[in-house]
Design a binder for this molecule. Structure first.
Ligand code: ZN
Length: 312
């Protein structure tokens, strides 16, 4: 079995996308509205494909369904994670996601969506929308009904290297100029709360106010539980950034030779800066890969780069 399988991403073009994914991450994708690179995905809305080794050309869902040995002892009816790079050239709508129980009941058995963002780039003084200021469900509903958005939403300052935890039920939005690597459950269920009254093809995009009111957590979790400030990572050491019931996300800054042991069945890895090798396979900024069960026990990297690792 190969120890690493490179992946070919799926790209999503959006109202708020731009050109940074091509210009700065080197993806060969046309258009000036590239919003998201789904680097590691088995979601039917956009699958990544194996791009190296004996399984080249297969979808990640096919690897999961037909070649489960790649994923060690992992169980489940679907590949659980989705790793994206998101370039917000304009503000994204203010939104919230349901948890597994609500999604299973109201969204055809879909998974819910817990997610987190590693901030890759943001403007000087950049802010993200994380949480809200309502103290009761009643106050929340009043603010939504009256369009009192400035009072409702909570803005938090962020810097590159920060990790933002967005549990299901958290009001959130990525703002213009911010670029993040997102690790999330494999789900595409979003309830849009407010879209700045923007038009797409002459029309407002639909809002989902009732479902939003159902799922928003009140009061919001405190900022210090949701924003984990980036610290200087030690070279060639795995630094854990966030751990939830759904995923653990870590960072490694590779400088020269680097190897480490893990107890993961498999690892999703994404190069965010620089270039190097993973088990001898050349990778560079923007490369996404699966480190298979064979490789995950003892991961070997070299070069000069930073990699984000996501695992269940
Ligand atoms: Zn989201």
């Amino acid at each position: 079995m190969d120890k690493v399988i490179l992946l070919k991403p799926y790209f999503s073009h959006t109202l708020w996308g731009g050109t940074k994914l091509r210009d700065e991450f080197g993806y060969d994708e046309p258009g000036d509205d590239i919003g998201e690179c789904w680097g590691i995905s088995a979601h039917p809305s956009g699958e990544a494909l194996a791009d190296s080794g004996e399984f080249k050309g297969l979808k990640v869902s096919e690897l999961w369904n037909d070649h489960r040995e790649i994923f060690g002892n992992a169980k489940g009816d679907r590949f659980p994670l989705l790793i994206k790079i998101i370039d917000a050239n304009k503000d994204l709508s203010i939104q919230v996601h349901p948890d597994d129980a609500y999604a299973a009941e109201h969204e055809n058995g879909s998974l819910g969506k817990n997610e987190c963002w590693y901030v890759l780039d943001c403007p000087e003084g950049g802010e993200l929308i994380v949480g809200h200021n309502a103290t009761s469900k009643e106050e929340l509903c009043n603010m939504i009904d009256n369009g009192n958005w400035n009072k409702l939403i909570r803005r938090v300052p962020v810097k590159p290297g920060d990790m933002i935890r967005i549990d299901a039920g958290t009001v959130h939005a990525i703002t213009a100029g911010v670029c993040v690597l997102e690790t999330q459950q494999s789900s595409d269920i979003t309830y849009r709360l407010y879209d700045y009254d923007r038009l797409q093809n002459g029309k407002l995009r639909p809002l989902h106010l009732d479902k939003s009111k159902d799922v928003i957590t009140v009061p919001a979790a405190p900022v210090n539980e949701q924003v984990i400030r980036g610290e200087a990572a030690k070279d060639n050491t795995v630094t854990e950034l966030v751990k939830t019931d759904y995923f653990t996300v870590s960072k490694v800054r590779v400088n020269g030779e680097c190897s480490f042991e893990t107890d993961a069945d498999y690892i999703c890895a994404s190069v965010i800066i620089g270039s190097g090798k993973v088990f001898g396979t050349e990778v560079k900024t923007g490369s996404h890969m699966l480190i298979t069960a064979e490789g995950a026990k003892n991961v070997v990297m070299s070069g000069d780069m930073e990699i984000i690792l996501s695992r269940v």
